[in-house]
Design a protein around this ligand. Structure first.
Ligand code: ADE
Length: 261
């Protein structure tokens, strides 16, 4: 996977690109991350990348020319223009909310161009005539798209073979599997008088798997009941959930029950 990040703040990426799992994946040649300074595509002596809003209003707007030029240069080696084959992702709070489904869709591409917005926003023509995807990482406003870009790169990278320990890790992930992850414990078995569930020490694999599944279901019902409606559930799962007061047929919780108990 090749990431091309276009930003006004290239130095923001120095740490994340060099360290952590991502840094190791880059060293091992599994990923590449190219950072382009949008300002280097400005044409005046001051390197002006932003301008006042037409119509008036607070805040400056990122100009379209340097962004269009930077993207054209980035795509040149691939012999591609604007196409969904090589997504051009604009990060902004106005975009489609990022979830694992969108992460998977983007991870299927050979590379991504990622545009980090700043100031009040980006000239709308970047959204309408350049970006193929407009993505928000959540319903809150950041000072710029850089942190959002790091989130996107991290989430997409996990689907590049070899970046995360094993393919099963990614497939069994919380969310990818449709449910939240079950609780995890490691040594010591007794930490300050707080033990771990006996079943995990039993060595009985089938029982452990069932316990994990039920804890995933319990947790998902408690924190993200919306996920249950889309999850693949077995007859045993449905029975377990019914015991917690969740009815699959009704698509929700029966009145008078307490799913978190
Ligand atoms: N830029 C500012 N806020 C953002 C958000 N929530 N998602 C993506 N990019 C952003």
């Amino acid at each position: 996977m090749r990431f091309h990040i276009l930003t006004l703040f290239p130095e923001a990426f120095e740490g994340p690109v060099r360290h952590s799992m991502l840094g190791r994946a880059i060293q091992r040649g599994l990923l590449s991350v190219q950072i382009t300074d949008i300002r280097s595509y400005t044409t005046d002596a001051h390197g002006t990348a932003d301008d006042y809003q037409f119509g008036g209003g607070h805040g400056m707007v990122l100009k379209p020319e340097p962004i269009f030029d930077a993207v054209a240069d980035t795509l040149l080696p691939y012999g591609k223009g604007r196409s969904t084959e090589f997504p051009i992702v604009l990060l902004s709070p106005q975009g489609r909310k990022l979830d694992q489904e969108l992460v998977l869709e983007l991870a299927a591409a050979p590379g991504l161009v990622i545009l980090c917005g700043h100031y009040a926003g980006v000239d709308e023509r970047v959204r309408t005539h350049l970006a193929t995807h407009d993505v928000s990482i959540g319903d809150y406003v950041l000072t710029g798209g850089e942190l959002a870009a790091m989130v996107l790169v991290d989430a997409v990278s996990r689907f590049t073979p070899g970046v995360v320990g094993s393919a099963e890790n990614v497939q069994e992930d919380s969310i990818t599997s449709g449910l939240l992850q079950h609780p995890l414990y490691t040594r010591p078995a007794d930490f300050r008088g707080i033990g771990v569930p006996e079943i995990l020490l039993s060595g009985h694999h089938a029982n452990i798997e069932r316990w994990r599944r039920e804890e995933s279901l319990r947790r998902t019902l408690r924190s993200r009941p919306d996920l249950l409606a889309r999850a693949e559930l077995s007859a045993d799962d449905e029975k377990f959930l019914a015991g917690l007061g969740y009815s699959v047929d009704d698509g929700g919780i029966e009145s008078g029950s307490n799913p978190t108990a």
